[in-house]
Design a binder for this molecule. Structure first.
Ligand code: HEM
Ligand code: NAG
Ligand code: NAG
Ligand code: NAG
Ligand code: NAG
Ligand code: NAG
Length: 372
């Protein structure tokens, strides 16, 4: 090589060309950001959709939304709800979507209540999405070739660990063990076993409470880096009730999810034939029952197994607004300490949308980048 000094620049150029339009811009150096920005098409974020006019039960596994197998390059991730919506065409089948598409899909396909839909979608988009192109991937792991090990923020979407995705999932492993997003058959066997033991073969709130506790105890005992603080603390409990609230046919409405249906959603991103969405909107109903069966306070292992230590700085169920404030002040601000121009504008717009999901909660909006 005659001009070794050129090498880093060339490799860096390759990395820039490879930058996916849906990857998060968090954590890039100023130099990286400046080279990537001109390759991205800026899209003004559209307003979040409101509630549906008619949320009654209806056939959602319909002719217009058939399940289809994955094509090469289609992205799926840790969330069986979004994976299923993509595999039925409620979301783009490639697994890359705008927040508005996601909100419309989770409302139309599963009847998620409007403010929760807004809150989780913009929460995820702020930390895992591309705020310039307005795109979020439901879990990519595309390695970006480059001189450095791939940046954690470049490989990610919803697979990104610790900002939204977290430990002690029911059917996905902890990030520490190397795969936090694919369906894990051993863990699903445990899901079935718990449903047999505590639900006579169905997943219900009694099972949810026992399995939630078991997954936490497993992580405490096996994952030295186990973390169970806000926001994961909240999403772990919420996701334990989602299968009951969203995956049960709206004509049955009995709180008992059968194992064929469960496997369809968790493993194959597939609704049962003839599936009706719930009858009316649903949110986190049942969460209290799951929590109160085995109340756990937020905390983490301290680098060794069985060293779970409470973290009084984390939000918990008695300090809900702190979840919001810490997420904005620390998580989002930590990812984007000093944004300017279009990026700052997009952050502020998406932070406003995120806060709309808390309308009526009594929390006060915070403005880490000033008001526009
Ligand atoms: C009605 C809509 C939704 C349903 C039914 C749903 C369902 C679920 C369930 C059951 C899990 C737990 C998986 C497990 O423990 O094995 C989960 C995980 C997850 N969901 Fe969703 N979800 C929905 C909407 C969303 C939205 C809108 C987002 C973000 C845009 C999202 C992001 C995630 C992520 C990142 C995880 C992984 C958490 C982890 O395991 O660390 N979900 N979802
Ligand atoms: C699935 O989870 C089990 C239990 O945590 C673990 O031992 C196993 O290695 C995981 N399998 C894969 C393929 O990741
Ligand atoms: C779950 O199923 C078991 C077995 O049928 C039953 O005893 C329990 O009451 C059910 N729990 C709920 C909340 O439906
Ligand atoms: C949905 O609930 C309403 C009452 O709120 C009821 O009239 C209707 O029959 C239910 N639909 C289905 C499919 O069960
Ligand atoms: C917030 O809720 C109030 C009623 O509770 C409603 O009038 C207002 O339009 C809502 N604002 C947003 C931004 O959704
Ligand atoms: C978040 O930052 C705002 C200032 O932008 C401040 O008023 C508020 O107290 C902070 N909240 C927390 C929990 O740090």
């Amino acid at each position: 090589m005659k001009h070794p000094s050129l090498l880093p620049a060339l490799v860096f150029a390759a990395r820039v060309i490879a930058f996916p339009s849906y990857a998060s811009l968090a954590g890039l150096s100023e130099r990286e950001f400046e080279s990537i920005l001109p390759t991205l098409e800026y899209r003004e974020p559209a307003l979040p959709p409101g509630p549906q006019k008619d949320p009654s039960a209806k056939l959602v596994n319909d002719k217009a939304h058939p399940w289809k197998p994955l094509r090469r390059g289609d992205i799926r991730g840790p969330c069986p709800g979004l994976n299923t919506l993509a595999s039925h065409g409620y979301l783009p089948r490639n697994g890359v979507a705008t927040p508005v598409q996601i909100i419309n899909a989770i409302q139309e396909g599963f009847n998620m209540e409007n403010s929760l839909a807004i809150f989780v979608t913009y929460g995820a988009h702020l930390v895992d999405g591309n705020l310039i192109t307005d795109l979020l991937s439901i879990g990519h792991k595309t390695p970006v070739t480059g001189p450095d090990p791939p940046h954690p923020a470049i490989v990610g979407g919803l697979n990104t660990h610790a900002v939204f995705e977290g430990d002690a999932s029911m059917t996905r492993g902890d990030d520490f063990f190397g795969n936090n997003h694919d369906f894990n058959a051993t863990l699903f066997d445990q899901f079935v076993d718990f449903s047999n033991r505590f639900g006579a073969g169905k997943y219900n709130l009694t099972v949810a409470a026992e399995l939630r506790f078991k997954r936490i105890q497993d992580s405490i005992g096996t994952n030295p880096q186990f973390s169970f603080v806000s926001p994961r603390y909240f999403t772990a409990y919420a996701e334990s009730v989602f299968p009951i609230n969203f995956f049960i046919d709206g004509r049955r409405n009995d709180g008992q999810l059968d194992m064929d249906a469960a496997r369809g959603f968790f493993q194959f991103s597939r609704m049962p034939d003839g599936f009706f969405r719930p009858n009316g909107t649903r949110s986190t109903e049942g969460l209290d029952q799951v929590f109160l069966a085995h109340p756990m306070q937020p905390g983490a292992n301290l680098g060794q197994v069985n060293s779970y230590t409470l973290d009084p700085t984390s939000a918990d169920f008695s300090t809900f607004c702190l979840l919001y404030e810490n997420f904005v002040n620390e998580t989002v601000k930590g990812l984007y300490p000093n944004p300017t121009g279009k990026l700052r504008k997009a952050l502020n717009t998406n932070l406003d949308f995120f806060f709309q999901g808390l309308n009526g909660s009594g929390c006060e909006q915070v403005f880490p980048y000033g008001r526009d």
